[in-house]
Design a protein around this ligand. Sequence first.
Ligand code: ZN
Length: 189
Amino acid sequence: MAILPIVTYNDPLLRKEAERVDELNEELGVLIADMFDTMYNSSGVGLAAPQIGKSIQLFVINADTMTEELEDEEDLGAMVFINPQILTTEGEIVKLEEGCLSIPDVRDEVSRHDRITIRFRNRHFEEKTEEFSGWVSRVIQHEYDHLKGVLFLDHLSSFRRRFHRSALKKIDSGKLETDYPIAPKKGKK
Ligand SMILES: [Zn+2]
């Protein structure tokens, strides 16, 4: 069990397409446990492997903590997604505020489809195809984006991105203080 430092905005690691996971082994099991520890430690609802410096197709979520005030949400608990593939995005487009552990102190409204169908391998490496809607669907779409090198900022208008510019600079400079460990920048030239 370990709390891993989180890679932040402008680190090239967050812009890479993550690689597929070939097998579930002991190392991956430990990594998954550490990712849950790291996510809970930083009060996050989801965490993707690139955010802790591993460019592999893996993310974990626990959207339960955010569903209290929302109705008709399933009690899904903690879930692991390995090699996920979103097959369909459907339903109404909903605009809701999002944040990201890699972009501390920046929040903004992001428009996303309400419903997705996703194929993935779970923590036992069993292949599943499931449908999600509401808040959980949003969390999954956010984390899935991380595996493609996409950040929630990319969904904003250029006006809104400019609005966040000084906050982003502060993160990139490494001067921002967070109440969870941040990774030093790697591969930055
Ligand atoms: Zn994020």
